[in-house]
Design a protein around this ligand. Structure first.
Ligand SMILES: NC(=O)c1ccc[n+]([C@@H]2O[C@H](COP(=O)([O-])OP(=O)(O)OC[C@H]3O[C@@H](n4cnc5c(N)ncnc54)[C@H](O)[C@@H]3O)[C@@H](O)[C@H]2O)c1
Ligand SMILES: O=C(O)[C@H](O)COP(=O)(O)O
Length: 600
């Protein structure tokens, strides 16, 4: 094995280090601009090419670790880092750091959320044009003494449609640049605000099936998470035009690499520009390597953030934070900063947990299963009982934002804290109001929290979740129009169905066939208010003889045939081994109206 490159920068410039000063380990190439901030105060060891074992052996001596995307900061590395106080990611994505393990050990993880977004967006545009004009193949041909004009006729991007999946920081920059090139831009992002998109002349469409057939180029800018892994598979690629070209400057794995190769081979996808791969560098003979070598692919080795300017930015961003933390101060972009301050912890912690879970359920149950968006919606938190007198509700508001974004963000929402929650909500166009209700006649628990959400002022768009705390455990007592009592934890399946005999057995059989264990099960019936509302509707239909047109977002098609008042929710706690196939099988089961999977 080649020896690691070792460079020790100390205040004196010598390689001798004093043992009492904090030491910083840098195992990747990080711009010296930021590292210069440590001069005279800390000792910095730049050790490129450390293996996983070498990192574990070295880390016990260090107080801070600064990495990019190549170093895997695993739970074992963190456990060995007895003196570690901070892990800094000189970039955006923290998918190479075990943030939960760091949090458990009290190690702060910081990143640079915006330092390289211009670089990533510009690289996307570079790949867009290179893919459209066959720049890679033309260059390779010229270097092989070939003059292939006839074979390499490209397409123009002006007047064409670009589809963006993930209209976050990078996605929005790409949109603006593409509009500058004369392109029409459409996007899918359940969290983006319609208003912000409209101002940027981006048309937000509801889902992938509405986007994919329309676009000439597709670019992905989501983080890599359980919900975006394999987001674009064969079925999605098949929905696109045969002339379409796809781009990935986000994370390897958002596209199913094997399906993309098949599309390129069989000619139903015209080309691809790929910067990121499922294994980096792609292992020999791997699918990632076949994709990188494919003649219709312009491939780059994860260069999205590799500009002089971006590297200066991210280096300055994270080194400032490392210095601050080593000095005992607070970082500006901590990925795992607390939601709640120690003095408020005892009283508020269970409510913070409850509200965060309600936000998570909202996104995963209502948005994912029933469609719609989170961005641009209005949310209202109603506090009843002992919470109604609470003056500092900031941790609860932050918990709601964290819960709402946790299933769709890179960091799993861990980067949301009291300081930045308001800003994040504003960026996403999420409006939150609070009501302290003195009304106690409906409160059978000492404190009840109700989350209501509305789509602007549109009638019938209200969605509701209520919950309470008993002891230090949290419970959900209402989900949509159904009364429930369950603990929001682990993996939950929520099935909307007609409450008929045999339903539970049918669902049990599907889960049994797939080897899924059920931890608990509970049936939630329509609450009194919903039953009354439906009875009134039925009466008025009888009186007018009209067919039922439901404006209830939860009432599904075909539910007007007398069964509507027998709708129920089945809530099951299950193993976290659910696949899309199980969900699809459950959806096909007799009398099941809808299925959602909620991971908390
Ligand atoms: N190639 C590179 O060198 C490079 C450089 C910078 C960033 N990145 C990567 O680019 C990605 C985006 O970075 P960012 O700073 O814009 O992040 P961001 O958090 O600002 O934006 C991500 C967006 O994706 C949306 N999203 C999440 N799940 C979605 C889904 N299922 N469908 C549609 N939209 C969804 C979110 O709502 C959010 O708006 C990250 O993975 C980051 O690591 C790569
Ligand atoms: O998430 C990021 O910031 C980018 O993927 C850049 O990664 P890099 O620092 O390894 O270039």
């Amino acid at each position: 094995m080649a020896p690691s490159a070792i460079e020790t920068v100390t205040s004196s410039g010598s390689s001798l280090v004093s043992s009492d000063r904090p030491r910083i380990l840098v195992p990747e190439k990080v711009s010296p601009d930021g590292l210069a901030l440590f001069k005279d105060k800390y000792d910095v060891d730049i050790r490129l090419g450390l293996t996983a074992d070498e990192l574990i052996a070295e880390i016990p001596r260090y107080h801070a670790l600064i990495v990019r995307s190549e170093t895997k900061v695993t739970a074992s590395v963190l456990a060995a880092g007895k003196k570690l106080r901070v892990v800094a990611r000189a970039g955006v994505g923290v998918d190479n750091i075990d943030v939960d393990a760091a949090t458990a050990q009290g190690i702060i993880v910081v990143n640079s959320p915006a330092g390289n977004i211009v670089a990533a967006a510009e690289h996307t545009i570079a790949l867009l044009l290179a893919t459209a004009r066959n720049v890679g193949r033309a260059d390779a041909g010229m270097k092989g003494d070939k003059w292939e004009r006839g074979k390499l006729v490209g397409v123009e991007v002006g007047q064409k449609t670009l589809g963006i999946i993930g209209l976050g920081k990078v996605g929005m920059k790409v949109a603006r640049m593409a509009i500058g090139l004369g392109m029409k831009v459409k996007a899918v992002d359940p969290y983006a605000s319609k208003d912000i998109a409209e101002q940027a002349q981006v048309e937000l469409v509801s889902d992938l099936s509405a986007l994919l057939p329309e676009v000439d180029f597709l670019t992905t800018h989501t983080p890599l998470m359980a919900t975006t892994l394999g987001l674009i598979k064969e079925a999605e690629l098949q929905k696109m035009k045969r002339t379409a070209r796809v781009l990935n400057v986000a994370r390897g794995g958002v596209y199913d690499e094997a399906a993309l190769i098949k599309g390129l081979d069989e000619g139903w996808i015209a080309g691809a520009g790929i910067d990121v791969f499922t294994s980096e560098p792609p292992a020999a003979d791997s699918t990632a390597s076949r994709l990188a070598r494919h003649p219709k692919v312009v491939a780059t080795p994860h260069l999205g953030a590799s500009t002089v300017e971006a590297q200066e930015n991210v280096s300055m961003d994270v080194c400032r934070q490392v210095a601050e933390i080593l000095r005992g101060g607070l970082p500006s972009a901590a990925v795992n900063a607390p939601l709640i301050l120690p003095e408020e912890y005892r009283k508020l912690q269970p409510f913070v947990q409850l509200v965060e879970k309600m936000g998570g359920i909202y996104t995963q149950h209502f948005v994912r299963s029933q469609g719609g968006m989170v961005g641009g919606r209005k949310f209202e938190l109603v506090y009843q009982g002992e919470l109604s007198g609470l003056s500092n509700t900031r941790p609860l508001l932050a918990a709601l934002v964290k819960g709402l974004v946790s299933s769709i963000s890179d960091s799993g929402g861990r980067d949301v804290n009291i300081v930045n929650a308001g800003l994040i909500a504003k960026e996403k166009g999420i409006l939150i109001s609070e009501t302290h209700s003195g009304e106690t006649n409906n409160v059978i628990y000492s404190s009840l929290v109700t989350l209501r959400s509305y789509d602007g002022d549109s009638p019938g768009s209200e969605r509701c979740i209520a919950g309470y705390v008993s002891g230090r455990s949290v419970y959900i007592s209402k989900l949509g129009q159904f009364s429930a009592t369950f603990r929001p934890e682990g993996t939950l399946l929520v099935l909307h169905n007609y409450d008929e005999p045999g339903k539970i057995g049918g669902v049990g059989m599907v889960l049994g066939r797939h080897g899924i264990n059920i931890r608990f099960m509970q049936v939630a019936s329509l609450d009194a208010e919903a039953r009354e509302e439906r009875a009134k509707r039925a009466l008025s239909q009888l009186a007018t003889g009209a067919g039922a047109e439901s404006d209830n977002p939860e009432a599904s098609e075909g539910s007007s045939n007398g069964k509507e008042d027998r709708e129920a929710l089945m809530i099951l706690g299950v193993d976290d081994t659910m696949s899309e196939e199980v969900i699809e099988d459950l959806k096909k089961a007799e009398g099941i109206l809808d299925v959602s999977l909620v991971r908390l």
